[in-house]
Design a protein around this ligand. Structure first.
Ligand SMILES: N[C@@H](CCC(=O)N[C@@H](CS)C(=O)NCC(=O)O)C(=O)O
Length: 216
């Protein structure tokens, strides 16, 4: 399997399946396509007839695009691993929250883009405050669920944590606060060896995207 990603420093969507595959010991190679500095992603997309957006997984002769679709494919391919929670009710709400991240939180995503190397304190807009408040509600909801031990949203690490992984960098990187439950989750996410590996990868990159680096 080969996972096509882009900049570790900036690419929130790439982080999600990459972190999931690392945490569940799913073997893969990775190809980094720096879309703002090379035409490799648009050439790949034209060649394979898929959107010029990463992550894109190549597996079993197929080209699978979109972070959530990739993670669902992995959950089916590695059914022996609990990529989603095993318990059906918990899995249903985990899927709801994952879908909400996939289609929502537009203010947080656009005003606070992931930038692993940077820490900048901002005054959040009302729209960002609403997104943070919604995050707090989600964290309170999962804290109240019947689940296994652990600091992740469903107890043990799952696709749901991978979906929200970039939020950890956004909240930390812009000096934001969500809730104490969120902070405990954030500490657990930052302590994952694969998260440190991603961060070290981001530090080695020499590319810059000025519109992200020049925020504030
Ligand atoms: N909804 C898509 C979003 C993918 C996406 O927006 N990827 C960004 C990188 S984080 C990208 O490839 N951008 C390329 C470009 O803007 O040219 C997913 O879940 O995979």
């Amino acid at each position: 399997m080969n996972l096509n990603i882009t900049y570790k420093n900036y690419s929130s969507w790439s982080l999600r399946p990459w972190l999931l595959m690392k945490e569940f010991d799913i073997p893969f190679t990775e190809t980094l396509l720096p879309f703002a500095h090379s035409s490799a992603l648009s050439e790949f997309s034209a060649d394979k007839a898929v959107p010029a957006l990463v992550p894109i997984l190549e597996s079993e002769g197929m080209v699978i695009w979109d972070s959530l679709a990739i993670m669902e494919y992995l959950a089916e391919s590695y059914a022996d691993k609990p990529l989603w929670p095993r318990e059906s009710k918990l899995r249903a709400v985990a899927r709801s929250a994952a879908a909400e991240m996939h289609s929502g939180f537009s203010a947080l995503r656009s005003e606070c883009p992931m930038n692993c190397r940077s820490i900048k304190i901002i005054e959040p807009s009302d729209e960002v405050m609403r997104d943070l408040s919604r995050l707090a509600s989600i964290w309170a909801f999962f804290a109240a669920q019947d689940k296994s031990e652990g600091d992740f949203l469903c107890g043990e690490f799952s696709i749901l944590d991978a979906m929200y992984a970039p939020v950890m960098w956004r909240v930390a990187g812009y000096g934001l606060f969500v809730s104490t439950e969120f902070s405990r989750w954030s500490d657990a996410m930052r302590a994952l060896p694969s998260m440190e590996e991603w961060y070290q990868g981001s530090l080695k990159e020499e590319w810059s995207i000025p519109k992200v680096d020049n925020i504030v």
